[in-house]
Every structure is written in structure tokens, then in C-alpha cells.
Design a protein around this ligand. Structure first.
Ligand code: ATP
Ligand code: MG
Length: 348
């Protein structure tokens, strides 16, 4: 198969972890007899510096054409003085998500056995944890009207029934391929959007009689997630709650540097990126852990190209690297970013 995708290394450590992921993808294509056609493009700070805008038209066109995007990280202190849509993040990531209709953000939470003792929670609390957060990504308070008036400031939170329905369907479909449980998280004791959310989820659930459903308030969920992590399968929630809960979930996995994410639409369009940011404090030093980026590339193979075996081969090599302690300093190893990429490439 010709694997044609848009490769956007981005800012900070993005290009470093991106190089490592590309090395692994090349090794995978050689092994499985595919060909790789990466379209290299700029977004965020790198695009502002080179083209004067955070999301150049040619970048967007490539993303739209390939429908598969591998992204490193966006932003950094160099561009902190910019405002609103001139900022790297607001000017590139949000419009990309919205215009490509990437309404479902998926983040796994399954601690690697080799890292279980690095998490701040006790082993008994973590063993067997294997859930996925399905976060709505193109609606809610992040996209509502915002502004200032005489009395202060406001952000409007809005959800349509169809926006809730399509993300709920994604969550139930995913649960059917897993442990068949959906935990829907809202704040329906206070918010009207949450009341609609809960009504629609209850309705969608009727089409999935095999799936166990529970509804939890978000404040309770922040506690339950760390206390009963093993109980969950698919956690379904709206944009802002999902933003907060996914960062909380990353604590269970021991390190930010190992967690990939996928933002997907209907069909095979998807954007794949590590959950960590551009890490300006370590950029350019070869210290960045490339595992999250490498695992994001594996997800791209699986979700946008249907290449399950190839994705699994990369995931196994990542696990082997962790077991063999062939890691960067954040995980206690001695390798630099590209050494880790090379080791995994050899072991795909
Ligand atoms: P952003 O606003 O882009 O999300 P941030 O400052 O909020 O940036 P990160 O860039 O994710 O967050 O960095 C948080 C901390 O984690 C930093 O100290 C950084 O060095 C560290 N870190 C992030 N990613 C990695 C990685 N891949 N390998 C090693 N350390 C990392
Ligand atoms: Mg951050």
C-alpha cells in the first residue's frame, strides 16, 4: 500500500520526535513491503516564521487531500506575545480540527507494565487499567461566542443534539469492540448542555443493549478515575471536561512522553499527535522521549489506513524498548531521542 499522509513536525521537540517516528515508519514500510509518501508541511510557530501565518493554505490543502495527519507539537515562548488567532495554537490546531470535522478525540489509558511503578499511584490501583477517553472536540465552550462587555467576560457553551449523538455513537461503537461499557460524564445537575447530553446518551444507548452504561458527574469522576481506574472501558465526555480528564488520566500511565492521541471524523480522516506539548525547556537537546509520537504514527496506520498488523508491530517494539530500558532520561534511560527511534526501528 502507498501510505500517503501529511507530516507536520511543528515546533519545539516536534521535529525531534517526528524524525524518530519517521525512522520507525520507514523501517515498518521496508519490512511489510509498503511505500511511504509523506507530505511535509508547516503549522504554528514554524509556519509563522516561514510564511507569516500559523496555518498556510498549502498545509490545509494537504491535510484535506491525504486525510491522515501526523503532528508533532505546536507553539512555544517565542510566539507568546501574539494574540487570538495569530497565536500558533488558536490559529492552527483549532481551525484544523473544526475544518476537518475532527469531532472525536481518543486517548488511551493503559499503563505499560514496565512503567507501572513510575506512576504516583500504587501498583494495585493500576494493574488491569485499560480505558479510553472519547472527548468531543469541536463543540462546547471552546467554540461558543466569547468576549467582554461592561460587566465582565463571557464564554458560551452550546451543543446541538446531533453533535452529542455522533460522538455518543462513536463511543458505543468503540465499546462494542472492547469491554462493552460506556461511562458518560457530564454536569447535568447544573448545566443545561449536560442535561441534553445525558438525554441523548440515554437514547443512543437503546441501540446498544449489550453495552453497560453509567452516568457520572464530572466532579465525582475526577476522584473515581484515580480510585477505581480498573472499572472503566470507554469514558465519553464533552470538550472541556475531556480536556481536563485526559490530562488527569495521563498520570495513571507514568509519563506524558508515552501517550498518543487520535482526533478523528467520520470515515478514515484523522490527525494523530502525542498528548505532550512542544516542551521548549528541553527542545534541541535530544532529550525528548519519542515514544508518544511513534505510537501516534502506529495509530495513524491502524485508524486511517487499516494497517493493524503494522501498527501492532510498532507497538510491540515500543513495549520491548521499555522492557529493555532502551529509553530517554525521563524514563530513567540513557539514550537520546534518535537512539530510541533507531532501536525501535531495528525491532519492528
Ligand atoms: P504546551 O502548551 O505545548 O502543551 P506545556 O508546557 O504545557 O506545553 P509540555 O510541552 O507537554 O507542556 O511539557 C510539560 C513538561 O513535560 C515539560 O517539563 C517537558 O520538558 C516535559 N515533556 C513533555 N514532553 C516530553 C517528552 N516527549 N519527553 C520528555 N519530556 C517531555
Ligand atoms: Mg500543555
Amino acid at each position: 500500500m502507498n501510505i500517503n499522509f501529511t507530516y507536520i513536525p511543528g515546533d519545539g521537540i516536534g521535529p525531534e520526535v517526528g524524525d524518530a517516528a519517521m525512522t520507525v515508519l520507514e523501517a515498518m514500510t521496508a519490512k511489510f513491503g509498503h511505500s511511504l509518501e509523506a507530505e511535509f508541511h508547516l503549522v504554528g510557530g514554524a509556519a509563522i516564521d516561514a510564511k507569516g501565518e500559523p496555518l498556510p493554505a498549502e498545509t490545509f490543502d494537504s491535510c484535506k487531500r491525504t486525510g491522515a495527519i501526523l503532528l508533532g507539537a505546536v507553539g512555544g515562548p517565542k510566539w507568546d506575545h501574539l494574540k487570538g488567532a495569530d497565536r500558533p495554537e488558536l490559529g492552527s490546531l483549532l481551525p484544523l480540527r473544526k475544518n476537518l470535522n475532527l469531532y472525536a478525540n481518543i486517548r488511551p489509558c493503559k499503563p505499560f507494565p514496565a512503567l507501572i511503578d513510575k506512576a504516583p499511584l500504587k501498583r494495585e490501583r493500576l494493574e488491569g487499567t485499560d480505558f479510553v477517553v472519547m472527548r468531543e472536540l469541536t463543540g462546547g465552550i471552546y467554540f461558543g461566542d466569547k468576549g467582554r462587555d461592561e460587566s465582565g467576560a463571557f464564554d458560551v457553551c452550546r451543543y446541538s443534539e446531533s453533535e452529542v449523538r455522533r460522538i455518543a455513537v462513536k463511543a458505543f461503537d468503540l465499546a462494542m469492540t472492547r469491554k462493552k461499557k460506556v461511562t458518560s460524564v457530564d454536569k447535568s445537575n447544573v448545566l443545561e448542555t449536560s442535561r441534553l447530553w445525558r438525554e441523548v446518551v440515554i437514547e443512543v444507548a437503546k441501540d446498544y443493549p449489550e453495552v453497560e452504561v453509567e452516568h457520572l458527574l464530572v466532579d465525582a469522576m475526577t476522584m473515581h478515575m484515580l480510585t477505581y481506574a480498573q472499572d472503566y472501558d470507554v469514558i465519553l465526555t464533552e470538550n472541556m471536561f475531556g480536556d481536563i480528564l485526559t490530562d488527569e488520566a495521563s498520570v495513571l500511565c507514568g509519563s506524558m512522553g508515552v501517550i498518543p492521541s487520535a482526533s478523528v471524523s467520520d470515515g478514515k480522516t484523522g490527525m494523530y499527535e502525542p498528548i505532550h506539548g512542544s516542551a521548549p525547556d528541553i527542545a534541541g537537546q535530544g532529550k525528548a522521549n519519542p515514544l508518544a509520537m511513534i505510537l501516534s504514527a502506529a495509530w495513524m496506520l491502524r485508524l486511517s489506513f487499516g494497517l493493524d498488523k503494522e501498527a501492532a508491530a510498532i507497538e510491540c517494539a515500543v513495549e520491548a524498548a521499555l522492557e529493555a530500558r532502551q529509553t530517554t532520561g525521563d524514563l530513567g534511560g540513557k539514550l537520546n531521542t534518535s537512539d530510541v527511534g533507531d532501536w525501535i526501528a531495528r525491532n519492528v
